[in-house]
Design a protein around this ligand. Structure first.
Ligand SMILES: Cc1cc2nc3c(=O)[nH]c(=O)nc-3n(C[C@H](O)[C@H](O)[C@H](O)COP(=O)(O)OP(=O)(O)OC[C@H]3O[C@@H](n4cnc5c(N)ncnc54)[C@H](O)[C@@H]3O)c2cc1C
Length: 563
């Protein structure tokens, strides 16, 4: 019988609420569900909220009675915030997080590079915002509680999954014993140690890196700005790397690499950690600062993915699908994109608006994203923890040169998580004008946000289905385009038409954005009336035209929704 701990987890700054388990005896017999989601980490929750936004109910199961423990994700990207905005959580993150955009790299005590992440007036969100994962999960679970389409069950652990003919059967253990739950689709969002992935015996591709990092969250009062600090080959930890990030509530994350040969057990000895954290504080000019430990653990990087995320009725997402190095803040940030993508692909298949080929597309696009990240993350991870003597020699040469040579310094700028562009997606239109545009988001890219007024942005108007941005100064959309829109909606496909460039409402459009200074048109590379962009429900561009016509709109919608 599953007995999750009922003792609140320890933390010096976060008060864990312990929830009541969901018990089968208090609920009527279980009927077969459309979707069961296993795991209430960032990926599972976003999948549930996004499915609900598209009108698909789900059962969300989690083995524990509390949100996640310890120091996990703390840095969330702008694209993650745009996704969180869609599910109604971004405002609370903005209210409580610490935004930032600068990073500093030091070599042997000297600053050799200052990274500046772009941030312009068209951005609603900062490039990065720091907030502990516990808070984020709490905010997302509040959104779940307010959503009647999600049946959330604390303390329900999936112990077995069987593939049946056209559905999945889960055995779910609870504090009063197991019950059976059938689902047309079972989403495995059960994290990096996914029991479902192991039980299904699915091998992952990729690599594990040598080198351990201690992850320590401490409370300390440091009068320093919220900026990333990376120290290479510092005095107190020669040949190794240290990272520091500020978190809300007076907490700092200190990640330090262990010398080769030191075991995690040795590293986590309190006296060892005290000496090293004192040395780090002293190195940054705060010798003797009083600090208190909240959490410590040891981490080593892995960069692996399943080669396919869809297996019969079981679909993998988030860390259950891939394991990505935390350098470059890739784990949860990638999980949000996976879950957002999965939700619309699956919702459209469930509603019969597309065939199962759409799910194969989810897998192809997100495995592609994971492989790209693994490639990029591999470079930063090899820089931080060189895997061989050759890599170390090369890295040390770069580090030494950077003391005197400016041109070498940008090499310190490792890339952080960014949204994958589905440039070669099977859903992109073949007959549009993508190649003829000279500006604006191209095939597969997420849309560029645009400020429309003091607190109004383009992305505030998107979401919940396909969006057609139609650029016009006329009073009405052409009849032929209105007919395609009406026929598409009649099939049940959610499609919103947004007219851009008129000061009066445009007939046939659901809303009209004036774009008085033509700023949106310029940033989208639009030269004349009649141009258009078609965005998928995850907001990525699947077609754009210099001049839209009804036939090509119909073709683009057919490509985006394969039967
Ligand atoms: C030290 C550290 C620092 C990190 N820093 C960052 C960062 O700054 N930015 C970033 O983007 N990412 C970061 N990450 C990664 C991030 O924490 C993960 O990528 C993210 O939590 C993955 O989300 P997930 O929903 O896929 O899985 P998880 O968060 O692991 O959630 C899995 C869920 O499944 C549940 N579960 C597991 N098994 C079962 C079962 N059998 N039945 C029912 N429920 C089950 C668990 O209780 C949990 O709710 C960091 C990770 C670590 C360890």
């Amino acid at each position: 019988m599953h007995q999750p701990t009922t003792q609140a987890r320890a933390s010096i700054y976060y008060r864990y609420a312990v929830h009541e388990p969901w018990l089968p005896s208090s609920h009527p017999a279980q009927v077969r569900q459309r979707v069961v989601i296993v795991g209430s980490g960032p990926a599972g929750i976003v999948a549930a909220l996004e499915l609900a936004r598209l009108g698909v109910p789900s059962v969300l199961l989690t083995s524990e009675l509390q949100v996640s423990q310890g120091s996990r994700a703390i840095v969330f990207t702008r694209r993650s915030m745009e996704i969180l905005q869609q599910i109604g959580v971004a405002a609370r993150v903005t209210e409580n997080g610490l935004p930032w955009r600068f990073g500093n790299s030091y070599y042997r005590g000297q600053r050799v590079f200052r990274m500046e992440a772009p941030h312009d007036p068209d951005d609603r969100y900062y490039p990065m915002i720091n907030l502990q994962q516990q808070y984020l999960e709490e905010y997302m679970l509040d959104a779940v509680s307010a959503c009647p389409l999600i049946d959330f069950r604390w303390g329900n652990k999936v112990v077995k999954v069987d593939q049946q003919d056209g559905f999945a059967r889960a055995e779910v253990d609870t504090p009063e014993g197991p019950y059976r739950l059938d689902a047309d689709w079972l989403i495995a969002a059960d994290g990096g140690r996914s029991g479902i992935r192991s039980a299904m015996n699915l091998p992952m591709e990729g690599a594990s890196y040598e080198g351990f990092f201690v992850i320590a969250d401490i409370r300390v009062d440091l009068p320093l700005p919220t900026e990333r600090m990376a120290f290479f080959d510092p005095e107190w930890n020669p040949a190794n790397t240290i990272l520091m990030h500020r978190e809300p509530h007076g907490i700092w994350r200190v990640d330090y690499q262990l010398p080769a040969g030191e075991t995690p057990e040795e590293a986590l000895q309190p006296e060892s950690m005290k000496a090293r954290i004192d040395a780090q504080l002293s190195m940054i000019g705060h010798a003797g600062a009083r600090w208190e430990m909240d959490w410590s653990s040891v981490y080593s990087a892995r960069a692996m993915t399943l080669p396919d995320y869809v297996h019969g009725s079981v679909i993998f997402t988030g860390d259950a699908a891939h394991l990505l190095p935390i350098f470059g803040v890739r784990g949860a940030n990638t999980g949000f994109q996976d879950a957002q993508s999965l939700a619309w692909h699956l919702a459209f298949v469930i509603k019969g608006l597309a065939g199962k080929a759409l799910l194969a597309n989810y897998s192809a696009e997100r495995v592609g994203a994971a492989r790209e990240i693994i490639d990029e993350a591999g470079k930063s991870t090899r820089f931080m923890t060189p895997p061989s003597r050759g890599f170390r020699l090369l890295r040390d040469a770069v580090l030494s040169l950077s003391l005197t040579q400016d041109f070498v310094r940008p090499l310190f700028h490792w890339r952080t998580s960014r949204p994958h562009e589905y440039a070669r997606s099977a859903l992109n239109s073949l007959s549009d004008d993508n190649a003829l545009f000279t500006a604006g988001p191209a095939h597969g890219a997420p849309p560029r946000n645009i400020r429309l007024s003091a607190d109004e942005f383009l992305l505030d108007h998107l979401g919940g289905g396909f969006d057609l941005l139609y650029f016009t100064g006329d009073n009405a959309l052409p009849e032929s385009i209105q007919s395609v829109v009406a026929a598409t909606r009649a099939r049940g496909v959610p499609l919103t038409v947004i007219a851009v460039g008129s000061t009066h409402p445009v007939a046939g459009a659901d809303k009209t954005l004036a774009d008085g200074d033509a700023h949106l048109r310029k940033r989208y590379g639009v030269q004349s009336s009649g141009a258009a962009y078609l965005l998928r429900p995850d907001q990525h561009v699947c077609a754009r035209w210099l001049t839209l016509d009804a036939t090509r709109l119909q073709a683009a919608l057919a490509s985006a929704l394969p039967r």
